[in-house]
Write a new protein. Structure first.
Length: 568
């Protein structure tokens, strides 16, 4: 077993050799590995790219010299993301940043705007940005802040604005600076596990990838051939396992790079970004749990003595980040009284969280389940909640630059503030699309059973469109006026009671709705009104309502392409 494993891994062990004179180098065991585009002063010039020269000081720290003689210690180099992490050995990076001119270098920063304040009274609230002790003096403190909330707070207090800099506030408070380099482009080579270097006889900006085992002398093919010749089922299993590990690692890296690129593109309009340490402080180390869902756990938090928030910490199992990107990419761009507000987010490595405004009355589910709870609020208030929810959906469908389909309208996703005003939340399954498109393409069903429109489950029922949200909203309305989910706890079989046909027949006869009957049929998307028409119905007194065409006229006739979904 060990011999076969050695034969498989030996060719991989030879991949660490690089161009002659350009071997990997470390200033110390804990320091970053140094290779192209970086090089040390004693290495040949072809080992690095102009402007990427490093050196080791007498303490064996890795030093990068930036324009205007700014010397910073290199803490980490991320060759895939093309980022370098630096810190000031003198513990006061704030004194060096004013004279740093990155336009004369190959490096760029995050371009966030941080304002420094000199305050005559101490502030200990974590929301006042970062304290910069090395700039303070007797009786004064210097704070570095970015968020609008902190700026307003400090401007109203005994503080004076000193200056503003194009760096993140954590740079001043944590004494760390994160830069990236757009040129040369080597991240793709590093991602593939290959070397990167300049193309011979071409422009300096042109690079290429090459296999590491082809850059040194000697024959590396024999161990590889021997491994193939001696390959057995056991070797295949080992190779397959290693390949799976590689794919997993690659997918994680791709997800991380994709997420960071999205956040970088989203920089101009995104909410405040917090670190994971900030999240722990905001939630008092996750002290008060509000609830838990399939995508994460929600905790109560506090940004200040008066501002409370709900923090949803996403599960690690959702590592690809689609729900996270979808959520902040959708809700972060929209503002409406009936849509929950995204205050901030955390993307600290693989730890991700979303920070929303806190709504004290929980969700609509609390007031409609169980049945006895309905008496807690009046029918007028229920209509107010229904109308507000409809207006929120109307804004998503018609009020944004792009039409936003929610695909998960249900009582749990309708939050209520202190006045029971509804706010739509949880946009992890939302899908933006053009207003001109009458239908959208979906690769898989999305939503919650019992609220999913039939066409989302099977195209035999019609095309997926904004009418799918209308169906979910209709099911929500049924629950608000008495429709419920029946649970057979003896058989553990959960079924949704769809009483649409029964309701339709009673409305035709002008009869009062008193009981539920389980006829399981669904109407066609074309028969559903638009959300604008629904809003107008809820705003009226009900005297001019027209029933849609009866979809149950041919209940006993066979359906085309009959399947189990036909009886949903």
């Amino acid at each position: 077993m060990s011999i076969l494993l050695f034969l498989v891994l030996f060719p991989l062990l030879s991949l660490g050799h690089r161009l002659d004179g350009c071997e990997d180098f470390w200033c110390n065991n804990d320091g970053p590995v140094i290779h192209f585009p970086f090089r040390l002063r004693h290495q040949p010039k072809h080992c690095g790219y102009p402007g990427f020269e490093l050196h080791c000081n007498n303490k064996n720290d890795t030093i990068l010299e930036l324009p205007s003689s700014v010397h910073l210690v290199v803490e980490k180099i991320d060759y895939v993301s093309q980022q370098i992490h630096l810190y000031d050995p003198d513990q006061c990076i704030a004194t060096k940043l004013p004279k740093l001119n990155l336009s004369q270098s190959n490096f760029r920063n995050a371009d966030d705007l941080t304002v420094l304040f000199n305050c005559s009274e101490p502030f200990t609230d974590s929301n006042d940005g970062y304290l910069v002790p090395c700039l303070g003096s007797s009786g004064y403190q210097v704070h570095a802040v970015t968020s609008t909330l902190s700026l307003d707070f400090l401007l109203s207090g005994p503080c004076t604005k000193i200056h503003q800099y194009p760096y993140t506030e954590s740079t001043f408070g944590e004494n760390k600076l994160q830069l990236n380099w757009p040129v040369p482009l080597c991240g793709n080579c590093e991602f593939k596990g290959m070397d990167c270097g300049l193309k011979d006889g071409t422009k300096l900006s042109e690079t290429h990838c090459f296999n590491r085992n082809m850059t040194h002398k000697g024959n590396t093919k024999q161990p590889l051939i021997a491994g193939v010749v001696l390959g057995t089922a056991l070797v295949c299993i080992i190779v397959f396992s290693l390949y799976q590990l590689y794919l997993t690692s690659r997918n994680e890296r791709e997800s991380r790079v994709r997420l960071e690129k999205f956040l970088d593109d989203y920089k101009a309009i995104r909410p405040t970004r917090y670190s994971y340490a900030d999240i722990k402080k905001i939630t008092d180390n996750f002290n008060e749990k509000l609830g838990e869902g399939s995508y994460g756990t929600v905790y109560k938090g506090r940004l200040s003595s008066e501002i409370y928030v709900a923090v949803k910490v996403l599960h690690d199992s959702k590592g690809k980040g689609e729900e996270f990107i979808n959520e902040i990419g959708t809700i972060g761009r929209i503002h409406h009284v009936n849509v929950v507000r995204l205050v901030g987010f955390c993307a600290d490595g693989f730890r991700r969280a979303l920070i929303y405004e806190y709504l004290p009355n929980d969700s609509l589910e609390r007031f409609i389940l169980p049945v006895s709870s309905v008496s807690l609020i009046s029918w007028n208030k229920l209509q107010h909640i229904a109308l507000g929810t409809a207006r929120g959906i109307e804004y998503l469908h018609q009020g944004c630059d792009q039409q936003i389909l929610h695909f998960d309208i249900k009582p749990q996703n309708i939050l209520l503030d202190h006045n029971l005003n509804p706010k739509i939340c949880d946009f992890g399954l939302a899908k933006p699309c053009s207003k001109e498109k009458s239908a959208v393409t979906m690769t898989a069903a999305r939503g919650t059973i019992g609220y999913i429109a039939p066409e989302v489950l099977s195209r035999n029922f019609g095309k997926v469109s904004h009418k799918s949200d209308i169906y979910s909203f209709g099911m929500l309305l049924l629950e608000m006026v008495g429709g419920r989910i029946k649970m057979d706890f003896k058989t553990n079989n959960h079924t949704k009671v769809n009483s649409l046909e029964w309701i339709y027949r009673h409305l035709e006869k002008g009869e009062e709705l008193k009981i539920r009957i389980g006829k399981k049929e669904m109407w066609h998307p074309n028969d559903r009104p638009s959300i604008k028409e629904v809003t107008q119905m809820l705003e009226g007194d009900g005297s001019h309502l027209n029933l849609s065409p009866n979809p149950f006229m041919a209940t006993n006739t066979p359906k085309l392409n009959a399947s189990p979904l036909s009886k949903i």
